[in-house]
Each structure stands twice: as structure tokens, then as C-alpha cells.
Design a binder for this molecule. Structure first.
Ligand SMILES: Cc1ncc(COP(=O)(O)O)c(C=O)c1O
Length: 374
């Protein structure tokens, strides 16, 4: 018997659908490093068109997509990039832009809605008169949706304003659009309009869209020509990638239309959590597929709550030492959401979690006994 697991750790955990597997099996492939894979070429052309840019490039991951993009824009030594202090590029990508690329990060505070104040961005741009002392600002990065800010959407108007700032100072604008389709659907704005002001965008195919692997970068033809060289330098040139591009094509075709449903389920989950007094969640702030909530009872640790949920086949991840996150994707049904809520309800039986926690702290064997009795 296969046990059903409700996996809310991330939207990266989806398994390829039958349609994706069939497309992978049937994909017409050749060597993409030699520029000959027809499926990759078709997919890249489709993505460029969809995103309203001249060209696109398939890369193995979102991290490489951002790294390549930043390095293409900052190809002169001593370059600086302005980015959010809570952004994925700054926090979760091993500092690759500086350790590999030699690009200096200048952070601006992210507001809870994922934006950075325009005046703060302007103030962070280096004065070229001080070039003897300062690095040179070359790029501004935005993130849409903003993951660490709870999957918040940046509007087209805000993005345009940042684009104007960039243009008027001779800078480029890159968007980490790992979940840009979630933003497009939630805002009801076509994705090409949403990224119009950007010189480049990275889009993850294996998050909400559900492809097994990969990201694409889009931008001008000149940008993509340089990105292709850097992709090879970083070891991201791959041979018969038509196999994965075929699955990605199905993901874009089939899943974008399901994202609104993920957002609705995320809201339902947040509304359910709101009723549990030990947790604090601002359900009104849930805009897309992510639900972050604070644990108000100091006796409950997120790690322990995850362990207790896992015993009931619900997987989740802590967001910090006092908060948790649940991420929705199209392989989570309405009844999965209800089941997860029921488990959280039962697990908030705090005495149990508290006792387990104490036992966990003092005696490994005892915790086993408590866990077994959950
Ligand atoms: C906003 C954002 N950007 C970039 C990435 C990096 O993607 P990958 O895990 O494919 O490297 C992630 C991954 O979770 C992300 O959430």
C-alpha cells in the first residue's frame, strides 16, 4: 500500500505528471552544447515569446539563472548590485555573485511586501564622482514573487518605477522571477507586461509550474549570447536537454492555469490556521501559494512541530526559530489541505509537543516512547 504524503515543504517537490513523462520519452533531441537540440530551441523560443523578450536560455537551476544574469550585467570588475536584504540571491545562493563573480552586493531593506523603497534604491546608487573609492553600481535586482516575504507580488507599476530609476542612472534591471507566473496570475497581469521594464528575468520551471528540473533566463539577444558563454563556463552546458525541455513545455502549457487554485488553497489553509490560537497568521497577506505563520507559544518549536506532523505524513519546513511555512502546489488537493489542518489541530495538543520537547531535550529514548504514542 502506498501511503499518501501531503508534502507542503515547497513547490519544488512535485513529481512529473504522466503527460510530462510521455513528452520526455517522445522528445526529439540532439546536442544542445553544439546548439543542435530542436526541442530546447523550440522551448526557448516559446519562453522568449511568452515573456516578451528577444531570446531565452535554459539553465539547470534558478541559482545558476540568477548568477549568470548578474554576471552578464556586471561584467566589469568592481561592479556593484543593489538588491533586497531578504532576497533569495542575497541569502540563499551561497553569495555566488561575490564569491564566483566578484560582484559587490549593496543591500536595501525589503519591506514586508517584498518591495524596496524607491528613495532608498536611489540613495544606494553610487556617485560616480567617487569612483576612486566606491564600486560602480551596474544593476538592480527585484524578486517577484518575493519568497521570504511570504510569496508577495510586486506590481507592474512598482516594477516600472524601479525600471525608470535604473534607466535614468544607466543601470540594468534583473528580476528573480522564480515564481513570476504566480505573480502574474495573482495580479491578473500578463507575464510579459509584468516584466516589461526588466532587462533580464530568471524563471523557475520546477517550482509552481511543476517541471522536474530547470529554469530559463530571458532578455535581449545580446544578453542571451553572453549568458550562453557563462552557462558553459559554470558547467551548465548540457547535451540532450530536449528531454527536460519537453517536460518544461508541458509544465508551462498545463500548470499556469492551475496556479489560481494553489492560491485559493493557500488562503483556505491560512484561514484554518488563523482559528488556532497558538498560531498567528495574517491570512489577508497570503497573495500566492505560500503561507507563513508564527508560533506564539514559546513551548512549541517549529522543528518539533514538523516532526510531529511528519509522523502523520504531513511534511513542512520551519521558516525561522519561531515560524513555519507551508507551500502549496498543484499536487496538493482540497482534501489534503483539510487533512493537514486536522493534523495541525491535533498536534497543537501542546502538552504533547511540550512533553515531547522536554523528553527530547533530556532523554533520547523517552522521546521515542512519546513519539510512538502520538
Ligand atoms: C525566489 C527564488 N529564487 C531562486 C531560487 C533558486 O532556485 P533553484 O533552487 O532552482 O536553484 C529559489 C529557490 O527556492 C527561489 O525561491
Amino acid at each position: 500500500m502506498v501511503t499518501k504524503v501531503v508534502d507542503l515543504r515547497s513547490d519544488t517537490v512535485t513529481k512529473p505528471t504522466e503527460a510530462m513523462r510521455a513528452a520526455m520519452a517522445a522528445a526529439d533531441v540532439d546536442d544542445d552544447v553544439l546548439g543542435a537540440d530542436p526541442t530546447a530551441q523550440r522551448f526557448e523560443a516559446e519562453m522568449a515569446k511568452l515573456m516578451g523578450k528577444e531570446a531565452a536560455l535554459f539553465v539547470p537551476s534558478g541559482t545558476m539563472a540568477n548568477l549568470v544574469s548578474v554576471l552578464v550585467h556586471c561584467d566589469v570588475r568592481g561592479s556593484e548590485v543593489i538588491l533586497g536584504d531578504n532576497s533569495h540571491i542575497h541569502i540563499y545562493e551561497n553569495g555566488g555573485i561575490s564569491t564566483i563573480g566578484g560582484v559587490h552586493p549593496r543591500t536595501v531593506k525589503n519591506n514586508p511586501d517584498g518591495t524596496m523603497d524607491i528613495d532608498k534604491i536611489v540613495a544606494a546608487i553610487r556617485n560616480r564622482a567617487g569612483a576612486l573609492l566606491y564600486p560602480t553600481t551596474r544593476l538592480i535586482c527585484l524578486e517577484n514573487t518575493h519568497a521570504n516575504c511570504g510569496g508577495k507580488c510586486l506590481s507592474a507599476e512598482y516594477t516600472d518605477k524601479v525600471g525608470e530609476v535604473a534607466k535614468s542612472h544607466g543601470l540594468k534591471l534583473h528580476i528573480d522571477g522564480a515564481r513570476i507566473f504566480n505573480a502574474s496570475v495573482a495580479l491578473g497581469v500578463p507575464v510579459d507586461r509584468l516584466v516589461k521594464a526588466a532587462d533580464s528575468v530568471s524563471v523557475c520551471l520546477s517550482k509552481g509550474l511543476g517541471a522536474p528540473v530547470g529554469s530559463v533566463i530571458v532578455g535581449s539577444q545580446a544578453f542571451i549570447d553572453k549568458a550562453k558563454i557563462l552557462r558553459k563556463t559554470l558547467g551548465g552546458g548540457m547535451r540532450q536537454i530536449g528531454v527536460v525541455c519537453a517536460a518544461a513545455y508541458v509544465a508551462v502549457r498545463d500548470t499556469v492555469g492551475k496556479l489560481a487554485d494553489d492560491h485559493r488553497k493557500a488562503k483556505a489553509l491560512a484561514e484554518g490556521l488563523k482559528k488556532i490560537k497558538q498560531f498567528k497568521v495574517d491570512s489577508a497577506s497570503v497573495e500566492t501559494n505560500m503561507v507563513f505563520f508564527d508560533i506564539m507559544d514559546p513551548r512549541i518549536s517549529p522543528d518539533r512541530l514538523c516532526q510531529v506532523l511528519e509522523q502523520r505524513n504531513v511534511l513542512a519546513m520551519p521558516a525561522s526559530s519561531k515560524s513555519m511555512r507551508f507551500v502549496l502546489h498543484y499536487q496538493i488537493s482540497d482534501s489534503d489541505v483539510k487533512y493537514a489542518l486536522t493534523c495541525v489541530e491535533v498536534c497543537k495538543s501542546l502538552e504533547y509537543i511540550h512533553l515531547s520537547l522536554l523528553a527530547f531535550n533530556f532523554c533520547d529514548n523517552t522521546v521515542f516512547m512519546f513519539s510512538e504514542s502520538c
